[in-house]
Design a protein around this ligand. Structure first.
Ligand code: ZN
Ligand code: ZN
Ligand code: ZN
Length: 375
């Protein structure tokens, strides 16, 4: 899970987030939000229960009422220490008692509620049994932009996580690639991310040669050879906020086509970045990057969306994808990561986290986007 909560936020910050969440829920026609342990709870309260537990912990946000955190009695002291606890009513329950009846008493018996995507099914089923006339929507589907616009302190944490990922790339480009397993380089990446302050490593993709043509390839036992293109894509959480960057390196001197495809992806990434400005629809970022690749005749080899949001998780809304008309707003943070994947041969992906500014975009990753030659 998400580990320690970000430190720089005050009780007032959390209170403001909860008020905004309750207001947005009401505007969306919801009777309230039910927030289980996970990213939304961290963002709304600063509380990140350490262990996965079957005992019900649930933040109940009902517009116009004080927020209530239903929490097992033995975890209540920890919950009370969370940075966002002031302003929360703690409703603790002891083993043997029915937490669902206590929760149901807080809810409109025929309301529609947004519930965390990662809430346990057993909890939702029990609530439905307690209140058969209620209905539920995925919180992310109902309020996709809830956490999308970051404030100044959040942007600083995201920038620091990006800088740590960049420092990781500057070190990994110096290590030997040829003759080592992908998994060895991935282990180096994880060590470096931690050394530069990450508390959680979410992914360390090392996709060499033909493996690079599969964007889902994480890492394997393949021995990296001279002449390989190697897609590196890594990130995780530092001080509660995410990093995610990709660079594609080459072991030794590249062939002409490898260089050409890399230049193409770099141009597409630049075009996507330049499309970032307030008011532009998310899909325009995707279109701008995709057009460059399609115009060069490689459109069928760019087989994923151009980007995803990032914050207290490494993948979240907004998504840079055709059909997403959500306008960009200053403070949004997301990846711009076009790629070209040539089956059986090699792949190239270049990815930066970008934030929307008042008049354009700002990259939170800034290592070179030229092809780096490694040993
Ligand atoms: Zn090559
Ligand atoms: Zn990535
Ligand atoms: Zn990404």
């Amino acid at each position: 899970m998400t580990g320690t909560a970000p430190a720089p936020f005050t009780a007032d910050d959390y209170r403001a987030r909860r008020e905004r969440a309750a207001r947005t829920a009401a505007e969306a026609g919801l009777a309230g939000l039910l927030v289980a342990p996970g990213p939304d709870l961290v963002w709304l309260t600063g509380y990140a229960p350490t262990a996965e537990t079957e005992r019900l912990t649930l933040l109940v946000l009902v517009p116009g009422r004080d927020p209530v955190l239903v929490v097992p009695a033995l975890e209540a002291p920890d919950a009370a220490k969370a940075a966002g606890a002031p302003g929360l009513t703690l409703r603790d329950w002891t083993d043997g008692k029915d937490p669902y009846a206590a929760t149901a008493a807080l809810l409109d018996a025929s309301g529609r509620f947004g519930i965390s995507d990662n809430a346990w099914a057993m909890h939702l089923l029990a609530l439905q049994r307690a209140l058969p006339a209620t209905s539920y929507a995925s919180l992310t589907d109902a309020l996709p932009m809830l956490r999308a616009v970051k404030d100044t302190a959040e942007l600083e944490l995201l920038a620091a996580a990006g800088a740590a990922a960049d420092a990781t790339f500057e070190e990994i480009r110096k290590v030997p690639f040829g003759g080592r397993h992908e998994s060895d380089v991935a282990a180096d990446l994880a060590d470096l991310l931690r050394r530069f302050g990450h508390s959680q490593v979410d992914f360390t993709i090392v996709a060499s040669g033909p493996n690079g043509a599969n964007p889902h390839h994480e890492v394997g036992d393949r021995v990296i050879e001279r002449g390989d293109m190697v897609v590196l894509d890594f990130g995780g959480l530092k001080d509660g906020y995410g990093s995610d960057t990709s660079r594609t390196v080459h072991v030794g001197e590249p062939a002409d086509e490898e260089r050409r495809v890399h230049d193409l992806v770099r141009a597409a990434q630049e075009a996507g970045f330049r499309a970032v400005r307030p008011g532009a629809a998310c899909q325009e970022v995707d279109r701008a990057a995709r057009a460059v690749i399609a115009d060069a005749g490689y459109g069928e080899y760019f087989i994923h969306r151009t980007g995803h949001g990032i914050g207290v998780t490494t993948h979240e809304p907004p998504y840079m994808i055709e059909g997403e008309e959500q306008p960009l707003v200053p403070g949004m943070c997301f990846s711009v990561e076009p790629g070209v994947y040539l089956p059986g041969r090699f792949g190239v992906r270049i990815e930066d986290i970008v934030t929307v500014t008042e008049d354009g975009g700002r990259r939170l990753n800034d290592t070179t986007r030229e092809m780096v030659i490694v040993d």
